[in-house]
Design a protein around this ligand. Structure first.
Ligand code: ATP
Ligand code: MG
Length: 141
């Protein structure tokens, strides 16, 4: 049985600076993701650290949280059958050097850190990440 899934995506500060918001949202629509909610905001380094808490012990954590708080981001709640895996596929590999042709990171990422887009990596992380940025009443019916 096919079931709808929800996932959380972020257009990261590097992609916002490159004026890639429209192109990336067009990719979501063309690939049949339904947009349930969307907002542009800036997060603090502390908020970035809470969001990426699973990476707290990684060597890139300090740099990652500086980057994610360096300017506006756009966060979206997306819905589709198999949304988590399908979004990861559309994003491409973390390191743009390994990103497949036609993926968002192939087109817009400039380094393994400045890689244009975030997507939840599993259903449980998607639930945490959706509730981090959106209250239930903000999601479309
Ligand atoms: P995201 O969680 O942002 O969707 P991802 O799941 O592809 O990306 P993760 O391993 O979860 O990759 O890493 C989170 C983010 O940390 C990456 O998207 C990237 O911005 C940054 N990052 C990951 N590995 C490195 C690294 N080796 N050096 C610098 N930054 C890194
Ligand atoms: Mg990740």
């Amino acid at each position: 049985m096919k079931t709808l899934q929800r996932t959380l995506t972020i257009v990261k500060p590097d992609a916002v600076r490159k004026n890639a918001i429209g192109d990336i949202i067009e990719q979501f629509e063309k690939n049949h993701f339904r947009i349930l909610a969307m907002k542009m905001l800036e997060i603090s380094k502390h908020q970035a650290a809470q969001f990426y808490a699973v990476h707290a012990n990684r060597p890139f954590f300090n740099s990652l949280t500086d980057f994610m708080s360096s300017g506006p981001i756009v966060v979206l709640a997306l819905e589709k059958e198999n949304a988590v895996a399908d979004l990861r596929k559309l994003m491409g590999a973390t390191n743009p050097a390994n990103a497949e042709e036609g993926t968002i990171r192939k087109k817009w990422a400039s380094s393994i850190e400045h890689n244009a887009i975030h997507g939840s990596d599993a259903e449980d992380t998607a639930r945490f990440e959706l509730s981090f940025f959106f209250a239930g009443y903000e999601l479309a019916q």
